[in-house]
Write a protein that binds this ligand. Structure first.
Ligand code: V0V
Ligand code: CO
Length: 140
């Protein structure tokens, strides 16, 4: 069901500073910067690698307001890994299959994600404390 790790989402206070850090330490390149009002984030995707099943990225996330998913996470836990995003072929089918196994969906239907992808989140409490995102890229 899972094709690859699409991205690792990392919460930070200052997006521009964190981008510079990842560029200078790892030599990564920003391929997309977006504001996603629905998710309450300003985010950047930095390309890591290409594989048979698609590319993988680091996603840096800065909250638009304190009262957002990432804003609350930063207040509670500070900067660090916020979620793991896995690539799937068919997000609607994957959500139905995962839900049938008793995992709570935070999104019943796919929403708009970075670079035109369709995304949906699974409850961290049902995935061993890891906020998990499914990603169907626009190529599929
Ligand atoms: C919260 N919790 C987490 C967590 N955030 N556990 C692991 N990883 C995280 N990132 C835990 C938290 O410690 C609490 O556990 C419990 O879940 C409830 O958290 P809360 O602080 O009371 O906050 P809530 O319930 O208001 O919201 C938490 C959830 C929320 C996960 C439900 O953040 C959410 O709906 N996230 C999905 C949307 C999202 O994250 N969007 C931003 C990325 P204790 O303390 O009670 O044990 S946008 C993105 O990735 C995009 C656009 C993309 O990829 O394209
Ligand atoms: Co994400």
């Amino acid at each position: 069901m899972l094709l690859r790790i699409d991205h690792v989402g990392i919460a930070c206070h200052n997006l521009s500073e964190k981008i510079e850090f990842y560029e200078s330490v790892f030599g990564l390149t920003v391929v997309s910067r977006e504001i996603n009002e629905e998710q309450g984030v300003r985010e950047a995707m930095l390309h890591v690698a290409d594989g048979d099943q698609g590319a993988s990225y680091v996603q840096l996330l800065e909250p638009l307001h304190p009262d957002t998913a990432v804003g609350k996470f930063l207040a509670k836990r500070g900067e660090g890994v916020h979620h793991v995003g896995y690539g799937v072929t068919d997000i609607t089918k994957a959500l139905a299959e995962i839900s049938a196994k008793g995992v709570r969906l935070l999104d019943e239907r796919a929403r708009h994600g970075s670079m035109g992808a369709s995304i949906a989140f699974l409850h961290p409490k049902d995935i061993g404390g890891v906020l998990t995102e499914l990603v169907e890229t626009s190529r599929h």
